[in-house]
Design a protein around this ligand. Structure first.
Ligand SMILES: Nc1nc2c(ncn2[C@@H]2O[C@H](COP(=O)(O)OP(=O)(O)OP(=O)(O)O)[C@@H](O)[C@H]2O)c(=O)[nH]1
Ligand SMILES: [Zn+2]
Length: 309
């Protein structure tokens, strides 16, 4: 029987069968996966699998096969630096919840997320939450980021999840799609989910008096059906989002604002750093590429292969 994975803890899974039933599923002791993914979790949320009912079991199933993934997002495994952790598979879009304040999401983090999504050909959406606490300077910052990212082609929304503002627009963006929701701990993911899935009261935690670090209230990735159609995947608070598998030399391909210039550099292996005749740097100087985006590029470029995120 075909089923979709809605929850993955690494040792057991929740699968929704083609007939709409939720079942607890496990992997048999020996489970072979095609391909070369060395991952700490062979099956991830969003995976399409084949299951068979366990002998004698009423509502427990064994996963016997996994369908080829349309795409997936990975990060370095929290347990092992050399392994990957598949965050979710078969996505239509990746939504990053960010905040300009309490806590401020760094542009470097946003850009690493966007690079990763681009590398896996997953459209990305930025949702800036906690609008209600933004001061004039923060609104300016948001307006700048909105202009920069929309001009690249990303969808940018502004919400005040706790007050229910901007939720209609978010629902429209999520409609009939499978969306991965991520973001740092404390940006308001659970609060947003509670707005679009009112039946499901996720625990939110109070981070008033925010001092940088928060406890994770969400531990495992989980997928939910949206009432109007579509699915939403909630992930554990991601403090880090790894760029895995992207060679340094290819990084600029995933900066979508750099793409139009890449063939115009003097050297065809130009890394857009100190090389003469670099069309990307000329575009930055001409204000056609945002300077902070370029600085993110340089920072990410230097970090690849030298340290794990
Ligand atoms: N001022 C303000 N606070 C908000 C808003 N949305 C959420 N919060 C608060 O921010 C804190 C964190 O919200 P959560 O929804 O738990 O954040 P989260 O992203 O799910 O956090 P993790 O589960 O740790 O990943 C809570 O105290 C919320 O009440 C908002 O729009 N404005
Ligand atoms: Zn160049």
């Amino acid at each position: 029987m075909q089923a979709t994975i809605y929850k993955s803890t690494g040792s057991w899974y929740v699968a929704k069968s083609a007939t709409g039933e939720f079942l607890q599923a496990r992997l048999p002791g020996i489970f072979k996966i095609d391909g070369d993914i060395t991952s700490t979790n062979p099956i991830a949320v969003g995976d399409e699998v084949t299951i068979s009912m366990e002998d004698g079991g009423q509502d427990t199933a064994v996963i016997t096969d996994i369908a080829e993934r349309k795409n997936y997002i990975v990060r370095s495994s929290p347990q092992s630096r050399h392994k990957k952790h598949i965050v979710a598979a078969n996505l239509d879009q990746a939504v990053l919840v960010c905040t300009v304040r309490e806590p401020r999401t760094s542009q470097g983090f946003i850009d690493r997320f966007l690079v990763t999504a681009a590398a896996y050909h997953i459209p990305a959406v930025l949702v800036f939450n906690k609008k209600d606490v933004y001061k004039a300077k923060d609104i300016e910052k948001f307006a700048h980021w909105k202009e920069v990212y929309e001009s690249i082609g990303y969808t940018v929304l502004l919400t005040a999840a706790a007050a229910g503002e901007g939720i209609r627009e978010l629902e429209q963006v999520l409609h009939n799609k499978t969306s991965l929701l991520s973001g740092h701990s404390g940006v308001g993911k659970s609060t947003l989910i509670n707005q679009v899935l009112p039946d499901l009261q996720l625990k939110t935690k109070n981070v008033s008096g925010w001092s940088g670090k928060g406890m994770h209230t969400t531990t495992f990735a989980e997928m939910f059906d949206l009432p109007g159609g579509g699915r939403l995947i909630d992930t554990p608070g991601l403090r880090e989002f790894g760029i895995v598998d992207i060679p340094k030399a290819e990084l600029s391909h995933y900066f979508l604002d750099m793409q139009p210039y890449l063939n115009s550099c003097q050297f065809n292996n130009c890394q857009h750093l100190d090389e003469p005749g670099c069309a990307v740097k000329e575009a930055v100087e001409a204000g056609e590429i945002d300077m902070e985006r370029y600085l993110s590029y340089v920072a990410i470029w230097h970090s690849i292969g030298e340290k794990d995120y």
